[in-house]
Ligand binder design. Structure first.
Ligand code: 39S
Ligand code: ZN
Length: 762
């Protein structure tokens, strides 16, 4: 009998109930009780939706982030917040956000103001976690209260509960040693707390605990491999059975290590590492349970159930009771329920599965394995029909696009003249001062803007009224930038719901959902558009808005586009062709837009590649291939312009040391990057490489509500000028301003412009 389980369920809620509850609480518009009740209700509802499973996850719910939850469970908080008093959940939000809620302002003087925890990307996903901070003197103490409360709730509901925790080695590996000390030295102390935690769970009648160790799909050196052995040899005496969960990729060199950890079960990603499963069977000790992640937890396509069964049945035969079935990873990375999508094209919808549907697929597979395919005959037939329809659909295949791709050669990515020649021509035309000032694109997305769009989409505001409201926003944005004295202006992106979804909505080959929200960080969500077919740009996407914005000023107006790699990495993409092919198709579409902007007289065009760096494969051995097609795609999109057109690109996560050659190869005239928090250290890579083109190192950390001073920004630019010749430096914020308020943005930019003036004068 194969057992079914789930690694994690999306917690934001089918209608983003958690987001709205959190934001209302933070604004002081609702009580802590109301918030905790929403959490309870969501957990209860989600367990009910998973009731067909043999084991449901407990502890996967989080009010902000599962890594931060683990830090609290381990009693491991940054020293700067240790003295907090007041409510535990408020303290938790303080660590997460640097503040808690309007209601807890009573603590402002004693323990209110504090720097927020640093966020970074969870492996190769668009989810951000709060980074654990270690020092040589870090101590841990168990606080199992959150897990125990949720466990009690689940048990009361009759759920067969499987607590989920982050494993000790992954927890250490994804944290940061603030003092440069060796994190592994903390492992023995950490293991004591894990031992106590497992014992506490055992005492509550838990039989299995899922211990997430996704680090096992990355390249590990001998020390870290040893840490795995050390950790699990110590934890093996626990009374609960451990299911070590790996996901997001292949075990590769870590296969033997993973198979032989002294635990009762191993979960592997049978989507990304299917070819590893058979060799693994031979390696696995005879007592061990193997959990196969056979449903893709990272995309929204229906599983080909028949093909999966063809592969799975012989394995099930061999494993018998030792086989568990699950999604490949936590379902955190997919939307909740396809049923909510009443407006989605019915043909495309018939190809899709969100979290709820994925669990139904899992059930079908388990029934087929346990009772024979006849037991689920109808479900298999419907599924097969959807697979066949998708494969043959004219909606998916566009011969003209495939033909265009044939003519797509590297020549398309070649600028006419090298940078030195172009930059002289551009300088003569643009006549910008030294240290030119600009911004990254978006200005505050105010409640009024979102409300107008929401009414427009609901049909209560007509197109003309909506467009004139957006034009009024552009007017305001241009006016403000002119009075601030910025040199290169932007239109502010008011008309965009998101920098990726906006383009998805306008390209053929894309579908978009109404409720397909996926958590990005805290209460913030994104709605990745669904790339299902060959990509074509039926008409210009941004030209009218950009033209309008340019008509309001005599200063240069930057055209603002999202690049092909970022559109790809932040969409749900096709699984029936290589990612590189989808990326080249996007590149051709963006290229057309670039050329249309140029034709319209726009002299500066920015093509954001915020997700280029984060899209790097988890294993370094796969980087070269990725960078080759990613950079080629950018070049195709950007480099068809005249010498006189200035191409900008922007990237947020700027640790470029190991990929600086690829960044230079993009050959953008100007790159703006995120550097304010690192005190310009991130520029080292550019200095050592002798990066040849212009750079705008961010001097204003837009993730913080703090207003940077003129003096601070001057200092940062002086540091930059020690590394990069001043003639090639621009002055700009770290990233877009969409999440900030106008009240913060105006004084910050005023200081930034003043800083540029001071630098010019010096
Ligand atoms: N795709 C993507 N990934 C990314 C980033 C990014 O910008 N885009 N940036 C980084 C992550 N940063 C992020 C920063 C902000 C938000 C964010 O603000 N998200 C918004 C949703 C943005 C959006 O699509 N807004 C819609 C409105 C959707 C909405 O909630 N409308 C309300 C009404 C308006 C309201 O009250 O807000 C409704 O319909 O009920 C729009 O503008 O049209 C949110 O969670 O609130 C997300 C990620 C990395 N990954
Ligand atoms: Zn950015």
């Amino acid at each position: 009998m194969a057992i079914t389980h789930n690694l994690g369920f999306p917690r934001i809620g089918a209608k983003r109930e958690l987001k709205f509850a959190l934001e209302a609480y933070w604004k002081g518009q609702s009580s802590l009780d109301a918030l905790t009740q929403v959490g309870k209700d969501l957990r209860q509802r989600h367990w009910a939706q998973q009731s067909a499973l043999d084991f449901a996850p407990v502890g996967d719910f989080s009010f902000y982030d599962q890594v931060l939850d683990m830090s609290f469970t381990l009693g491991h908080l940054p020293a700067r917040v240790k003295d907090f008093h007041g409510d535990a959940l408020d303290n938790y939000f303080r660590v997460a956000r640097g503040r808690s809620s309007a209601a807890a302002e009573a603590h402002a003087a004693c323990c209110g103001g504090v720097a927020a925890g640093e966020m970074t990307k969870w492996f190769d996903t668009n989810y951000h976690y709060i980074v654990p901070e270690f020092t040589a003197t870090t101590q841990f103490t168990l606080d199992a209260s959150r897990l125990l409360e949720q466990l009690a709730e689940a048990q009361l509901q009759g759920v067969q509960a499987k607590p989920v925790i982050i494993g000790p080695v992954t927890y250490l590996a994804i944290g940061k040693a603030k003092d440069g000390s060796n994190k592994l030295a903390l492992l023995p102390a950490l293991l004591q707390v894990y031992t106590a935690l497992l014992e506490t769970l055992a005492a509550q009648g838990v039989s299995w605990v899922q211990v997430d160790e996704p680090m096992l799909v990355t390249e590990l050196d001998a020390e870290w491999q040893h840490a795995f052995n050390l950790a699990y040899h110590q934890l093996k005496s626990s009374r609960v059975k451990l299911m070590v969960a790996t996901y997001f990729g292949q075990l590769a060199d870590n296969q033997y290590l993973a198979a032989n950890l002294p635990v009762a079960g191993l979960h592997v990603d049978a989507i990304n590492a299917r070819q590893e499963v058979l060799p693994l069977l031979a390696m696995l000790p005879a007592h061990k349970v193997l959990s196969l992640g056979v449903i893709n937890g990272r995309n929204i396509w229906k599983t080909d159930l028949t093909a999966t069964l063809d592969w799975l049945e012989p394995i099930a035969e061999r494993l018998g009771d030792r086989l568990w079935l699950a999604p490949s990873c936590s379902l955190l990375h997919v939307p909740v329920d396809l049923q909510s999508e009443v407006a989605l094209d019915s043909e495309v919808k018939s190809w899709l599965a969100f979290a709820t549907q994925k669990l139904e697929e899992l059930q079908t597979l388990a029934l087929a394995v346990n009772q024979g395919r006849d037991a689920v005959k109808a479900a298999l037939a419907t599924n097969l029909a959807a697979m066949v329809a998708r494969r043959g659909s004219q909606r998916v295949h566009n011969p003209a696009v495939k033909a265009a791709l044939q003519t797509c050669t590297p020549v398309l990515g070649q600028r006419q003249q090298p940078y030195a020649v172009r930059s002289a021509k551009q300088a003569a035309l643009l006549k910008l001062p030294k240290y030119p000032t600009t911004t990254i694109g978006s200005f505050p997305q105010t409640a009024a803007i979102r409300q107008a769009r929401s009414q427009f989409k609901a049909g209560t505001l007509n197109l003309a009224t909506y467009e004139s409201a957006m034009r009024a926003e552009i007017d305001r944005c241009v006016r403000e930038q002119e009075s601030l004295g910025l040199d290169v202006l932007v239109h502010g992106e008011a008309e965009r719901n998101d920098m990726v979804e906006y383009f998805g909505e306008q390209l053929e080959g894309y579908a978009f959902s109404q409720y397909g929200w996926v958590q990005s960080y805290g209460s913030r969500c994104v709605k990745p558009p669904i790339l299902f077919g060959d990509i074509r740009r039926p008409q210009a996407m941004t030209v009218a808005w950009t033209n309008y914005a340019q008509s309001r000023t005599t200063k240069p107006m930057k055209g603002m586009l999202t690049g092909p790699v970022t559109i790809l990495n932040w969409s749900f993409v096709r699984d029936d062709q290589p990612r590189s092919v989808s990326c080249y198709q996007l590149a051709l579409a963006i290229r057309e837009e670039v050329l249309d902007l140029e034709k319209a007289g726009i002299q500066i065009i920015q093509i954001d590649e915020a997700a280029l760096r984060e899209g790097l494969p988890l294993r370094q051995s796969a980087w070269k291939d990725y960078l080759q097609w990613a950079v080629a795609s950018f070049r195709i999109a950007a480099n068809g312009v005249q010498d006189t057109t200035q191409i900008h690109t922007h990237m947020c996560y700027s640790e470029f040391n190991d990929i600086i050659a690829a960044i230079a190869d993009m050959d953008a005239d100007v790159i703006t990057i995120e550097t304010a928090r690192s005190d310009m250290e991130l520029l080292d890579a550019f200095e050592h490489f002798n990066y040849p083109n212009d750079i705008g190192p961010g001097v204003y950390d837009i993730h913080s509500p703090n207003i940077p001073t003129q003096q601070h920004m001057v200092q940062l630019m002086q540091k930059a000028a020690e590394r990069i010749p001043a003639e090639r430096l621009w002055v700009n914020p770290d990233c877009g301003l969409k999440t900030r308020q106008w009240e913060e943005v105006l004084p910050a930019l005023r200081n930034m412009v003043a800083a540029a003036h001071a630098l010019r004068a010096a």
